[in-house]
Design a protein around this ligand. Sequence first.
Ligand SMILES: Nc1nc2c(ncn2[C@@H]2O[C@H](COP(=O)(O)OP(=O)(O)OP(=O)(O)O)[C@@H](O)[C@H]2O)c(=O)[nH]1
Ligand SMILES: [Mg+2]
Length: 428
Amino acid sequence: MFIDEVVIELRSGNGGNGAATFRREKNVQFGGPDGGDGGNGGNIIFEVDNNINTLLDFKFIKKIEAEDGINGQKKGMYGRNGEDRIIKVPVGTMIRDYETNALLLDLGEYGDRKVFLKGGMGGRGNIHFKSSIKKTPKYSERGRLGQEIKVKMELKMLADVALVGYPSVGKSSFINKVSAAKSKVANYHFTTLKPKLGLVKVDDEKSFVIADVPGLIEGAHEGKGLGHRFLKHIERCKIIYHLVDISGFEGRDPIDDYKKINEELKKYSEKLSKKQQFVIANKMDLLYEGNENYNKLEKYLKEKGITLYPVSVISNRGVKEVIQNTYDIIINTKREELEESMDVEIIFKEQLESMPDWIIELDEEGIYEVGGKMVESVLRTYVFANDDSIVNFLHILRKKGLEEELEKYGVTDGDTVRINGIEFDFVE
Ligand SMILES: Nc1nc2c(ncn2[C@@H]2O[C@H](COP(=O)(O)OP(=O)(O)OP(=O)(O)O)[C@@H](O)[C@H]2O)c(=O)[nH]1
Ligand SMILES: [Mg+2]
C-alpha cells in the first residue's frame, strides 16, 4: 500500500475555568476572593517517528483529543494544565483540511515536530479581581475553548531514490541487489506492476530508501504502458537512478532511450525532470568487443557534464560506487514540498469571520448570554489582569455597539447580562 489515507477529528483541550470562591474567615461572612486560575488546555502535537511506516494505527480512530485544563479552585489553587496529545506519524505524512483539502502540515523530514492545535488558555480566578464592580468579585474568567478541526492524513511513499527507465533494463534486479526487497525479475516487459520499496544500508548507521517503479515507455505521460500512474509516487524523491540497457540487446539505442525517458518525465512534470539523475549503464557484461554503445553514451553525457556509471547487476560491477555516491547528496537535499502549506490558524480566523457579530441568548436562569464575533475577537487577544480590565472590556464592547444590540433584542432595565462569565445589570 503506497498511499495511506485516514480521516480524523482533532481537538486541543479547553482551558479550565477560573474559580470564583471566597476565603472563609472567623467573624467575617465573606472573606476576600481566593479563586485560583484554570489550567491551560493540552496541545495537539504531530511528531515524525522513524519506527512507523503506515497510518494503519489511525484507521479505526475517529477522534483524538488533548486533555482539558482543570478548573481553578479555592484557596488560590491553580488548576493543572491539560496534557498534550502527541500524535506519532511516519515521515511523509501530510495533514489536510477535510473541508477544503488545503495542505496544513507537511511532515516530510525525519525529526519533524509541530504544535498543530493550541490548547485554550485557562481562565483567571477571582483572586485577580480584588475590588469588583460588584462588592465581591463573583467574576472569574472562563477558560478559552480549544481548537477543533477535521483533517485528512495522507501518507505518500517517500523514497529517497527512484529507479526509472524502460522495461527490462534491470530496475528490479538492481533493487534486489542493493536491498532486502524481493521484486520480481523476468525477461519480459512490465514484470513490475506496482512500485516497491527497499532499504539500502550504506553502513551500520547510514541508510536510504529506494523505490522500484514500473517501466516507462514512450507516451507514458499520456497513460501508455503502466505509465504515469506511478510517477506521482516518486515526485518527492531526491535522486533518480536512470537505468539504461547499454547492451542494446532489444534493438534500441541507449542514447535514444535516455532522451525518450527524460522526455516522458518532463511531459509528466517539469519538477520531476529537474531532479538530480544518476545515469546508469546496466548490463555492461553483455557488451562485446567493438560495441560502442557505452562510449557513445558516455561522450554524449560528458558534453552535458553528466557522469555515466558503468554497472552490471548480474556480475556485481559498479553497484557499490553508485550507492556510495548517493548518501551525501540525499542528506544534503531537502525534500521537495509539492505545494505550499497553509497555517491552520487561518482556518480558525475564517471561522471567526463567518460568525454573526452578536449572538444573544436567554438562558434558563433568565440571564442574557452574549457571544459572537465581536466578543470572540476581543477575547482572543484581551488579557484580564485586574478589575479595571473588566470595566475596560465592557467599554470596548460598548463602543462596538453592545448596548444597541441588547436593546434590539429586548433587554430592558434591570435584566442581567453575562459575557464570558462577567455578569452585570443592564441599565438603559
Ligand atoms: N546480462 C544481464 N542481464 C541483466 C542484468 N540486469 C538485469 N538483467 C536481466 O534483464 C531482465 C529484466 O530485468 P528486470 O530486473 O526484471 O528489469 P526491470 O527493469 O525491472 O523490468 P520491468 O519491471 O519490466 O520494467 C531479466 O532477465 C534480468 O535477469 C545485467 O546486469 N546483466
Ligand atoms: Mg521490474
